[in-house]
Design a protein around this ligand. Structure first.
Ligand SMILES: [Zn+2]
Length: 156
């Protein structure tokens, strides 16, 4: 999935789930972390294949991000300070963005699930294709329907 679609889809999912602008902004920043930590692919051939070999391994390993989220949650409970809680909540939503990035990569390719080197996934579309934009639009519509479901309920 292209970065712009990672950011849009992730932002809408977090918006639908939280209705919190700060958490949405934080998740949008986090939505590119797994690719950012890998750096740009080198142009020189040997370096490129070395980079490619490690592409979507540790950087896209969900337990790493889930572990950091758990540590941040434990720190929130430990410190019991509103300022610390806000900062760590923003960190948690950046990590939520990273986990959603991995899930989104998992529907257009393969990502590690149980071990960093064994990848799983379903390829619903090719990156950059019209189908990617269609799926992104579908997810955005689903999030808006969920967020504004009261508007569509007859007796609501
Ligand atoms: Zn990725």
């Amino acid at each position: 999935m292209k970065w712009i679609n990672h950011q849009i889809v992730t932002g809408f999912i977090v918006y639908a789930a939280t209705d919190n602008a700060l958490f949405v902004a934080s998740s949008i920043v986090g939505a590119v972390i797994p690719d950012r930590v890998e750096g740009s692919p080198p142009t020189e051939s040997a370096a490129y294949w070395k980079w490619r070999k490690n592409h979507r391994t540790w950087s896209h390993y969900p337990p790493l991000y889930l572990g950091l989220m758990a540590a941040a949650q434990i720190a929130i409970s430990y410190f019991q300070n509103p300022k610390v809680e806000l900062v760590l909540s923003l960190l948690i939503y950046a990590l939520v963005g990273a986990v959603l990035h991995i899930v989104e990569d998992g529907i257009c390719g393969k990502v590690p699930v149980f071990t960093p080197r064994r990848k799983h996934g379903i390829k619903l579309f090719t990156v950059g294709s019209w189908r990617e934009y269609f799926f992104a639009g579908l997810i955005v519509c689903g999030c808006l329907l969920y967020r504004y479901k009261e508007l569509f309920l007859v007796n609501g």
